[in-house]
Design a protein around this ligand. Structure first.
Ligand SMILES: *[C@@H]1O[C@H](CO)[C@@H](O)[C@H](O)[C@H]1NC(C)=O
Ligand SMILES: *[C@@H]1O[C@H](CO)[C@@H](O)[C@H](O)[C@H]1NC(C)=O
Ligand SMILES: *[C@@H]1O[C@H](CO)[C@@H](O)[C@H](O)[C@H]1NC(C)=O
Ligand SMILES: *[C@@H]1O[C@H](CO)[C@@H](O)[C@H](O)[C@H]1NC(C)=O
Ligand SMILES: *[C@@H]1O[C@H](CO)[C@@H](O)[C@H](O)[C@H]1NC(C)=O
Ligand SMILES: *[C@@H]1O[C@H](CO)[C@@H](O)[C@H](O)[C@H]1NC(C)=O
Ligand SMILES: *[C@@H]1O[C@H](CO)[C@@H](O)[C@H](O)[C@H]1NC(C)=O
Ligand SMILES: *[C@@H]1O[C@H](CO)[C@@H](O)[C@H](O)[C@H]1NC(C)=O
Ligand SMILES: *[C@@H]1O[C@H](CO)[C@@H](O)[C@H](O)[C@H]1NC(C)=O
Ligand SMILES: *[C@@H]1O[C@H](CO)[C@@H](O)[C@H](O)[C@H]1NC(C)=O
Ligand SMILES: *[C@@H]1O[C@H](CO)[C@@H](O)[C@H](O)[C@H]1NC(C)=O
Ligand SMILES: *[C@@H]1O[C@H](CO)[C@@H](O)[C@H](O)[C@H]1NC(C)=O
Length: 764
């Protein structure tokens, strides 16, 4: 199983957050601008300021002519982004968010003539260059927002002159150096954000003077040194984010303000070490704690159970060990992956239910658990997501687990353990389950028929087990099943289709099926694929938001893992449109059904390593989206249909080891294939361009199969493109956190930018 990291989550969900942000902005559009008689000096200064920014004459789209409403035909107090004082007519607020200014702020800019400015917002204005020192002359400023521009250099010390400043956001620029000492004078600060810059060194001053500070965010920089404990003396603070820096050393929270209001503490992705401090429990209002990816060791301190308001705890990626305490079951999100936890607190009382009705997302993957599936888990009846992958859990998933799957559970991830069985009725009540991954265990025998009750199931991954059963055509009754992965088991018999009232309904929603490396056999009727509704849609994206977000997420992640040449060019894309069939390495016989040509959305078709006979169906030429076609190692005869030359996306083709004859179609797609794609078809002609002057090399099917297996190690095409797992999990958990955040009127912005581990959470 691929291992998740924060950045994987981030890349996949940033779209979501941008969309969300955009909707928020729409929601909070500026209130109607008040009309007041504009003062000439103010208007002149504004017009001069406007002229400092070039108009792109070659591209006069409205968006590209910034500030076109700034002209003398109307009152300057009504201009876009301008607000004047009712009493004096002076400009007191300038908000040019998203106006593409595309220039630097000059030290002599007319902006600095607007001496009555209180709010200055130049967010995402494509400003570049240094912040001019003259900004310090706007002594009435209470709010300065320069979020998300290409700004460089050091922050001028003169900003320390802005004694009225309450709100300062310099996030997402390329500012460097240290925070000027003069900032110590900004004693009115309420919000201080400098996320995602290149600031470095230690915090230069004692911050206990910021007596009004609520939000302190310096994530995704290069700050070093020990935890700035002076922060904890600020009585009003509710948010600290130090994520993604180089802070070191153990932490002691004992100097906290006794009435700490801190709700949010994120110090993830640093180099803090030592034990998780007991004194953390003195921050009694904490709701969310993220200590992930540091070097904390020891166990989870008992005292944390005192944090009554806690709902989110992320301790992933540390060196923690010992027992998982059962008081955690009352939280909404618990992430303990990538540690060395090995057991559960035993004799624990019935856990209290989490406060939220949506239940608990619990990630215990990649730890040191072993032994039977933990009965402690059965006691948590409000599980929403459970991830126990990458451990050494053994034995059977017990009947008691039915209580957990039956209530709220949406995702069950148990891959990469050594489980040997599933109690037959575990899923009998699991009507909310959307995803099940039990891949790479030692499961044997028949598939639990209780899966038939998982009426919300979208994703089922059973690959890499020892299931010995007939092909589960009854899964065709699940109305939303999108992905079915049965690869590498012992499923046998024909690929029958599910019938209802004597009518075949096939797999209505299936987009990806992989039954490769099983013992399936028999012929497929010519009309076999005619009822597979979803695959018949050309260019169909997932219409289900759950799958869409998740699959994109996971596939982006996995596309980075694919290095095998040839394959990477196919799948190195965002594959929410991925539709594929892999029937390879079984014993199918008869002809390849003509009805395959109905599956207009198909991107990958792999029927290799079977005993298909007869012709290559000419209907394949209708699959205009096809990118990879492997029919090798069969007993196909006749000619390769010339029409296949038309398939312009087809970039990987394999017809080797068949009885094909006649000319190879002439098209770029065919001519750019390696010679090995056609070998061992003695009667094929026209291979000179592809194979060169030399005789076409012949390898035996056996040699070729071994070669394939060797090449294929680590690259499973389908898994590569849709691979499910942590990405999915991240998406869901973060969606979940989002819901909880909303309660506190917080939202998170997550950016990947150039820094792989930057995760930024902002406040409204
Ligand atoms: C600033 O302007 C942008 C774009 O018009 C708007 O979305 C935002 O709400 C404004 N901000 C404030 C604080 O008025
Ligand atoms: C002006 O617009 C053209 C056309 O869109 C673009 O190619 C060019 O880069 C722009 N110039 C500047 C300075 O933005
Ligand atoms: C001047 O501003 C008004 C809105 O105040 C706008 O409708 C008009 O198009 C602008 N004129 C020019 C020449 O840009
Ligand atoms: C600002 O200074 C630049 C040179 O640095 C000069 O070209 C420009 O005219 C000055 N602008 C004003 C408004 O004084
Ligand atoms: C200035 O910004 C503050 C903080 O966002 C806000 O409360 C205030 O209403 C703004 N004032 C003006 C004049 O836009
Ligand atoms: C910021 O502005 C640039 C160019 O104007 C735009 O492409 C980008 O999407 C904007 N970013 C956000 C977060 O709105
Ligand atoms: C803080 O402000 C005072 C009074 O204006 C000034 O004397 C002092 O130098 C400032 N401190 C720093 C570190 O800039
Ligand atoms: C910071 O300043 C406060 C008040 O001046 C003082 O009590 C505290 O000891 C200082 N903290 C540090 C870490 O120097
Ligand atoms: C934690 O790590 C420190 C430093 O490596 C070590 O001295 C200490 O014994 C460790 N504690 C535990 C409980 O493993
Ligand atoms: C499961 O639920 C049933 C009925 O609600 C209850 O009787 C049983 O004790 C539960 N089992 C466990 C292990 O919690
Ligand atoms: C299964 O669900 C039904 C209906 O919600 C409920 O009555 C029954 O007790 C559940 N059975 C178990 C074993 O959870
Ligand atoms: C499916 O659910 C129904 C109704 O809750 C139950 O009677 C039946 O036994 C379940 N089927 C299986 C195969 O578990």
């Amino acid at each position: 199983m691929m291992l998740p990291s924060k950045s994987d989550c981030i890349s996949g969900i940033k779209t979501f957050y941008f969309t969300f942000l955009a909707s928020l902005f729409l929601h909070t559009l500026a209130s109607p601008t008040l009309l007041h008689y504009c003062r000439h000096d103010q208007m002149d200064a504004l017009l001069e300021f406007k002229n400092e920014f070039p108009v792109n004459k070659s591209n006069p789209t409205p968006y590209d002519v910034p500030l076109s409403s700034w002209n003398k035909s109307s009152d300057c107090c009504s201009w876009e982004g301008v607000m004047c004082s009712v009493k004096t007519g002076k400009v007191i607020s300038l908000n040019l968010s998203y106006v593409p200014l595309r220039n630097s702020l000059k030290p002599n800019s007319s902006l600095f003539k607007l001496q009555h400015l209180r709010n200055l917002t130049l967010k995402n204005c494509s400003l570049y260059g240094e912040i001019p020192s003259s900004l310090g002359s706007l002594s009435r400023l209470t709010k300065l927002n320069l979020l998300n521009n290409n700004l460089v250099g050091q922050v001028p010390a003169s900003i320390g002159n802005l004694a009225q400043l309450r709100y300062l956001d310099l996030s997402q620029n390329k500012l460097s150096g240290n925070i000027p000492i003069s900032f110590v004078n900004l004693t009115n600060l309420y919000l201080f954000y400098i996320h995602d810059n290149y600031f470095e060194s230690t915090f230069p001053f004692n911050m206990s003077g910021f007596q009004k500070l609520k939000y302190f965010g310096v994530g995704a920089n290069s700050f070093s040194g020990v935890f700035p404990t002076s922060l904890l003396t600020i009585p009003s603070l509710i948010y600290i984010n130090l994520e993604g820096n180089r802070f070191t050393g153990p932490i002691d929270f004992r100097k906290t303000s006794p009435s700490s209001t801190l709700k949010y503490l994120n110090i993830a992705y640093n180099k803090f070490d030592g034990p998780i401090p007991d004194s953390l429990s003195e921050l009694i209002n904490l709701g969310e704690i993220d200590l992930s990816f540091n070097r904390f060791n020891g166990s989870i301190p008992r005292s944390l159970a005192k944090l009554d308001n806690l709902y989110y705890l992320d301790l992933s990626g540390n060196k923690l060990e010992g027992q998982v305490p059962s008081w955690l079951w009352r939280l909404n999100v618990v992430r303990l992956s990538y540690n060395s936890f090995n057991s559960f607190e035993n004799n624990s009382p019935e856990p209290a239910a989490p406060s939220e009705t949506q239940g608990i997302a619990l990630d215990l993957s990649s730890n040191s658990f072993q032994g039977p599936f933990p009965h402690e888990i059965c006691k948590i009846t409000s599980l929403y997501i459970l991830d126990l992958s990458n451990n050494r859990f053994s034995g059977t998933i017990p009947s008691c687990f039915r209580n957990s799957t039956g209530s709220l559970m949406e995702e069950l991830l148990l891959g990469n353990n050594i489980l040997t069985g599933v109690h037959p009725d575990v899923f009998a009540n699991a009507t909310n389950l959307k995803a099940i991954d039990i891949s790479n265990n030692n499961l044997e025998g028949k598939l639990s028929r209780s899966l038939i009750n998982c009426s919300s199931l979208r994703f089922l991954n059973l690959q890499g087990n020892g299931f010995k059963d007939e092909f589960p055509s009854w899964l065709g009754s699940l109305p939303t099943l999108n992905v079915l992965l049965l690869r590498s088991n012992h499923f046998y018999g024909p690929l029958t289709l599910y019938h209802r009232h004597n009518v075949s309904i096939g797999f209505q929603s299936l987009r990806v099926i992989d039954v490769s490396l099983n013992d399936l056999s028999g012929a497929l009727p010519d009309s076999y694929f005619s009822t597979w509704r979803e695959m018949k849609k050309p260019d169909a994206e997932y219409d289900d938001a759950y799958m869409k977000d998740s699959v994109i997420d996971a596939s982006v992640f996995h596309s980075m893992q694919i290095v095998n040449k040839g394959v990477d060019t196919i799948f190195n894309k965002i594959r929410s449109d991925f539709i594929s069939i892999d029937f390879s390495e079984n014993s199918f016989s008869g002809s390849i059904p003509e009805s395959v040509g109905l599956l207009k959305g198909l991107r990958l078709l792999n029927m290799s390593g079977n005993t298909f006979t007869s012709n290559v169906p000419s209907s394949l030429a209708d699959l205009e989206n096809l990118e990879a076609l492997d029919l090798s190692r069969n007993q196909l005869s006749g000619q390769i249909p010339r029409e296949l030359g038309r398939l312009s996306f087809l970039s990987a083709i394999n017809f080797s080891h068949n009885h094909l004859e006649g000319p190879v179609p002439r098209s770029t797609q065919f001519q750019s294939q390696p010679c090995s794609s056609f070998v061992d078809n003695p009667k094929l002609s026209g291979l000179e361009d592809i194979c060169g002057e030399n005789r076409v090399p012949i390898t035996t099917p056996q040699e070729s199969k071994e070669l394939l297996k060797a090449e294929e190690k680590g690259v499973n095409w389908i898994a590569a493109a849709i691979a499910y797992g942590p990405g999915f999990f991240c998406g869901m958990v973060i969606g979940h956190i989002f819901a909880t955040h909303y309660k506190y009127e917080w939202f998170m912005v997550k950016f990947s930018r150039n820094k792989p581990r930057s995760v930024i959470r902002s406040t409204r």
